[in-house]
Ligand binder design. Structure first.
Ligand code: ADP
Ligand code: MG
Length: 472
């Protein structure tokens, strides 16, 4: 306990100089980007290992998150090493006539009405239960179905499984499920939804301000306790002690406990054995990486959701939806992030990106396949398909049987790689970039008129992207 207190003291002494962070962002990302997106960000509060930043709209938050978050985090880390993530609060300045504190008080009042408890003078509960993450918009497949069903079950019948322990990698939907449980139970019950990190912060703060009695009352007086990311409780002995007693008191009075973590109970490190064994005593369910079907279902459902919200303005083609679903495999968070980028692009440029633009927008998420499709590979594949030699394709000759394959290869280079027009021209025996444009336009037009050519190009594209040999 002593350690915890000391740590937090020394860390709190070292406040982040936000003006300096802003200058660094300007320098690293450029004046334009800074002015358009980052200038209005405000540091609301810093914690041991994360910061809370306000922005004015969800759109700006999503845009910043999808494009600049990593770089901003790097910059903040230069000022405070221990920061590992950034949390956003949406704060509309135009509507804000009162001070922040007043606004918080108002929020807290709403929480009372909502039956969600809070500690006064703290905004840790700030917006914790998100109405947009519910059971209705949680898409299920074989990898997450059991977790979903178990979550629904406890929200229909408290203590049916107690505790319910959900685990899985980053971005698999754990927080979404915990949130959904909280949302559906909060009408009838006192619900507390907190991350292990915040629990710890609150714990240390209560000790410092001599409010342990309040702290205990606060946590033991709940019907449903949802603790997210329990792995972060590791090593904090005093807090684990307190958590253990809270846990027992809650179970004894029939409260429901739901825990999430990135690994199963027995793999948790530096967490007391007795706590791990309590966790193993309930229902333990994992969420695995989504398969293609689930990824596609999620993309489809999110696109529909957004189309409704934006009254049909953004019409992302099936081709793009399939492309994202097949390429973004690591987590649902990345998948949703990729879709958000496409939507931001569409709003800013007033058009939906095509496949080649999509590759550029998602470049950093696609790095594996990015290397896979090279202009050289495209030339070889197209030559083989049209039964011409590479020398013929690259020659200046303009015979009809060479022109079409050449244009096709140029077109595919534009669509499937992120090379610029001059770069593509150079790869085709130093042709001018206007030749590249002409080829792309010609094939684009022909695809609409000539069905056979259209199918051939689709097959070539599939072969290049997914190496589906038998399709050609
Ligand atoms: P975790 O807590 O496991 O890291 P999150 O619950 O934060 O992951 O999920 C990351 C993002 O993906 C969130 O935006 C969430 O709403 C979304 N998401 C995750 N799983 C699903 C799903 N099955 N259906 C719809 N959206 C999902
Ligand atoms: Mg989470």
């Amino acid at each position: 306990m002593k350690n915890n207190l000391q740590n937090s003291n020394t860390l709190e002494d070292k406040k982040i100089d936000w003006n300096a962070v802003q200058s660094a962002m300007k320098k690293k990302l450029g004046q334009d980007i800074f002015d358009s997106w980052l200038k209005k960000m405000e540091l609301i509060q810093e914690f041991n290992n994360y910061v809370m930043i306000s922005v004015s709209t969800r759109f700006i938050r999503d845009w910043i998150t999808s494009r600049y978050l990593d770089q901003i985090l790097q910059i903040i880390k230069e000022f405070k090493k221990s920061i590992i993530r950034i949390e956003f609060v949406i704060e509309d300045k135009n509507q804000k006539s009162k001070s922040f504190d007043h606004k918080l008080e108002e929020k807290n009042k709403n929480f009372i009405k909502d039956n969600v408890s809070f500690i006064k003078e703290s905004f840790l509960q700030y917006n914790r239960i998100d109405p947009n993450k519910n059971f209705n918009n949680f898409v299920t497949g074989p990898t997450n179905k059991i977790a979903f069903e178990a979550s629904k079950k406890v929200s229909e019948e408290i203590s049916y499984y107690n505790p319910l322990y959900l685990y899985g990698g980053v971005g698999m939907g754990k927080t979404h499920l915990l949130n959904s449980i909280g949302l559906s139970l909060k009408e009838q019950n006192k619900v507390m939804f907190i991350s292990a990190e915040r629990f710890m912060y609150q714990f240390v703060k209560s000790i410092k301000s001599n409010e342990m009695v309040k702290f205990k009352e606060y946590f033991r007086n709940t019907d449903v306790l949802l603790v997210d990311d329990i792995q972060f409780m590791n090593g904090k002995e005093a807090m684990q002690e307190e958590f253990f007693h809270t846990y027992n008191a809650l179970i004894e009075k029939g409260s429901q406990i739901i825990i999430s973590a990135d690994r199963p109970p027995n793999k948790l490190t530096r967490i007391q054995e007795r706590i791990k064994s309590r966790f193993s005593g309930g229902l333990v369910v994992d969420i695995q990486k989504p398969d293609y079907e689930l990824r596609y279902k999620i993309i489809k459902s999110k696109t529909e959701e957004l189309t409704l919200l934006n009254s049909n303005q953004i019409n992302i083609s099936k081709e793009i939806q399939e492309f994202i679903s097949s390429e973004i495999k690591t987590s649902i968070r990345e998948l949703v992030g990729a879709l958000n980028r496409i939507i931001s692009f569409s709003r800013i440029y007033n058009k939906v990106p095509n496949l080649s633009e999509t590759r550029v927008i998602l470049k950093d998420l696609l790095n594996l396949s990015e290397n896979k499709v090279t202009i050289d590979l495209i030339q070889t594949t197209v030559c083989k398909f049209f039964k011409i030699s590479k020398n013929e394709m690259l020659s200046p000759r303009r015979s009809r049987y060479l022109v079409r394959p050449r244009q096709t290869a140029i077109y595919l280079s534009k669509m499937l790689t992120s090379k610029s027009l001059p770069e593509i021209g150079r790869a085709f025996s130093n042709r001018d970039h206007t030749t590249v444009i002409h080829s792309v336009k010609t094939i684009d037009k022909l695809r609409k008129e000539d069905n056979e050519l259209n199918i051939n190009i689709d097959n070539l594209k599939n072969k290049l992207l997914y190496n589906q040999e038998n399709e050609i």
